[in-house]
Design a binder for this molecule. Structure first.
Ligand code: ATP
Ligand code: MG
Length: 278
């Protein structure tokens, strides 16, 4: 198989007309891959995405072709998918305010051109979920916020609207399901692509601890950073070392942080799916 793309987390191979997406154990923070892997993370994210694709199948078609028909060496962390023409927008939706959305709000009172009420703090629930798309940057670049109008210019009004509406539907359904299991999905990023027949499909990974912020609903307490089952833990640790994303060398992750990160990913998987991770 030909390696056609190495993303921060996934290796992408071409196989016939399909792609094989292999999720590695790499972890990236602020678009920088850290030198230490989180063993088992690739398999966890693959399993969680597959579970979500099934839950969401009546809302949106997805790119999965087969879970079994992948090279044995990648079994468990690879999927065979339709090769799609990827939509050049990352479809971000936020139900709660934090991270880069919060930073933008504090500067301007708005996020991606959407005005928000005064007085919101880190972790506030938004009156309504908002669509805050970004560009899809090339390797080494950062994704930049876009207004909906800018996505219309980039994709055409019809496609931009379908991507936005599907994103909101996936978020509403996903966050409803997650909340029943005690998890708030604060925000998430979806990717879409178009197949050879012209069908718009959900691609990449969906509602995982890498692509979303998962918070403990029972501990939710706006005004500070929230207890989370996601990458935020690694982000916070990386920052606490004094490292900055522009520094040449990223720090090795100590074993206790690797273990605690993995424990969070496993907890999210088990809570959401109701299955035991082994
Ligand atoms: P990000 O961190 O934003 O996800 P990345 O490019 O580093 O960026 P990876 O998840 O590591 O992401 O790599 C997966 C790549 O494969 C992404 O570029 C994604 O857009 C692409 N991709 C996912 N599904 C498909 C598909 N069905 N057809 C074509 N490309 C796909
Ligand atoms: Mg990705």
């Amino acid at each position: 198989m030909e390696l056609i793309h190495q993303g921060k987390v996934r290796d992408v191979y071409a196989d016939g007309g399909d792609l094989i997406l292999v999720a590695s154990d790499r972890v990236s923070v602020y678009d920088v891959v850290l030198p230490t892997p989180i063993p088992g993370k690739g398999a966890l994210l693959t399993a969680l995405s597959l579970w979500w694709f099934e839950q969401l199948a009546d809302i949106v078609p997805n790119h999965i072709v087969s879970v079994e028909d992948v090279p044995a060496e990648f079994a468990g962390r690879a999927v065979r998918v339709k090769r799609l023409d990827m939509v050049k927008v990352e479809a971000v939706v936020r139900g709660y305010l934090t991270g880069s959305g919060l930073a933008e709000y504090e500067k301007r009172g708005s996020v991606c051109g959407i005005d928000l009420p005064a007085g919101l703090v880190d972790g506030s629930k938004l009156p309504e979920p908002i669509y805050t798309p970004t560009s899809k940057a090339d390797v080494g670049d950062h994704d930049l916020p876009m207004t909906f109008a800018e996505t219309e210019d980039a994709l055409g009004t019809d496609l931009a609207t379908r991507v936005r509406d599907l994103t909101m539907s996936v978020y509403r359904r996903g966050s409803e399901i997650a909340l029943e299991k005690g998890i708030i999905i604060a925000d998430t990023k979806l990717e879409f692509g178009i197949d050879a027949e012209g069908t718009l499909r959900l691609a990449d990974e969906v509602l995982t601890s890498d692509s979303s912020r998962f918070w403990d609903a029972a501990a939710w307490d706006p005004g500070k950073s929230q207890a989370s089952f996601d990458k935020q833990f690694v982000r916070d640790w990386a920052k606490s070392t004094g490292w900055r994303p522009d520094d040449a060398v990223a720090p090795e992750i100590p074993q206790d942080i690797v273990d605690a990160t993995l424990a969070r990913y496993i907890e999210a998987y088990e809570l959401l799916t109701g299955r035991r991770w082994s």
